[in-house]
Design a protein around this ligand. Sequence first.
Ligand code: ZN
Length: 605
Amino acid sequence: MIHYEISLLSPEAHLFEVKIKIADPDPVGQTFYLPAWIRGSYMIRDFARHIVTLKAETRDGSVKVQKTDKQTWCLAPCNSPLQLTYTVYGWDLSVRGAHLDNTHAYFNGPCVFLAVAGKETEISELNILAPKNRKYENWFVATAMPPKATDTKGFGAYEAPDYEALLDHPVELGELDMAEFSVRGKQHRFTLSGRHSADLARLCKDLEKICDQHIDLFGELPVQHYLFLLWVVGNGYGGLEHRNSTSLMCSREDLPTSNMRSVTEGYRKLLGLCSHEYFHLWNIKRIMPSVFQDETTEREVYTRQLWVFEGITSYYDDLALVRSGVINRKNYFELLAETITRVMRGSGRKKQTLEESSFDAWTKFYKQDENAPNAIVSYYAKGALFALVLDLYIRITTNNAKSLDAIMRYVWQIHGRTDQGLAEGEFEKIAAEVAGLELESLFDMGVRSTQELPLKELLTEFGVDLYLLPAQSSSDKGRVTDDPPQAIDARPVLGARTIQQNQEIKLLQVFDDGAAQLAGLSAGDCILAVNGLRLNEKQMEQQIASCAKGECINVHAFRRDELMEFNLIPKPAPADTCVFHLRDKISEKQLSMQSAWLHIDANQV
Ligand code: ZN
């Protein structure tokens, strides 16, 4: 057994202190190392850079330590019980790292717990020490790690069966707000840290339905308890999945309040995030690529199937909201319209396939620069759309006898329950087998090519009309209309994403073949004047929109510190915005297809 102990050395200096006690260190010299990345987030983060000081000692005195690479420490040989003591700087405002100040403490194992080489399969005991300062006397601990001997506030000893399990339980300490709900008789806890005035009862009521929906899909809940750890900030969004818990971050305004009547857009986003991470407890935490089981987190691990895990999860996160009745049908199609619009707005979808996007996640999706929309496609968003295509295609072809639901249930049975990794390409084989269909050409098209997905053709069989139209304004993210949309003239646009910065308009992204790119403007340029006048972002948008066909406007912009002049001819907005029209009159067949897909009563359609 390896003993870990963590304490808050200095919340003011954002320092944790960690001690590792090993009774029988490797006599030829014990090695310690830290992961380079955290599971669920495919980027090399080099957590070891946050280790500030490190020393080793036995009862005979200090032991010499030598670093052999960026994340590995080798000790001189010693034969008696060893203690390693080190400090870790925690000031990462994300769900992936560690963060400590006088308001709370939060840590993920990969940031703070060194692996003891050769002993990774031994039981890890973690002792979480209560802060001594009376300022923190109302703090308590929230984690899904199994407690061994803890006090009423949760301080004390926890136990993980091995090092990987120790890494998979994020821990939050602070004056937390906590709520509980039960799903199928199993305890689900929800904790909030950060300032807020959320209606926790409402949140739990909605989450209970969403969780139940996911359990229904897979047929069972493979955990005895589950924990949602939510960190509320002014402006933030993110989540990371774990086997028995999830770490979430949201903006304060996304939380439900007691006077909230309908589901706001922000709250819908928060519910979608919770739904997403909960779905992962099956899809990636238990059903997982076999390469993730075979290799460790010291370096990149490559798979072409991230779209299976993130795309399918993204498909079901929103689908579960409508299936559980937490949002209505119109809301669901609004979310779907937004996803389709996001994919359609990037010409990167014509250059990168879903398999390529998965494989290159490390250096492309996770390291997006200003050219990302022109170069890559998201395996989340396009993956969700391919999951939709797969689901609808199978439903249509098998007359609703089979669906993606059936495939997921089967994958769960043979790969999830058994912890048997999913080999590359295996999902496709299983899908074809379960559906009883030849799916190779569909996968070739959706996963291995950059062809457009046949969403319009498939959705029409469900009584839903999809239109791709020019955006009405820069805030048009995709929408649902009550009447079939009329053809309108596309307004002229700049072809760039901008932000107002003081008195300048900064170009964040310049889209392929748009007016800005053709005029020679680049991401990073700051527009000072249009036709000799200073305008704000809104005014510029209006000025460009009012241009006659072929009209040229004069733009002054700074590139770094150099003033430049451009002649820009606005181009019509591309037809990249998804608008859904949900037909009033649909056939019996379409009605039954739609109600079976969305789990909505036929009379509600
Ligand atoms: Zn995810």
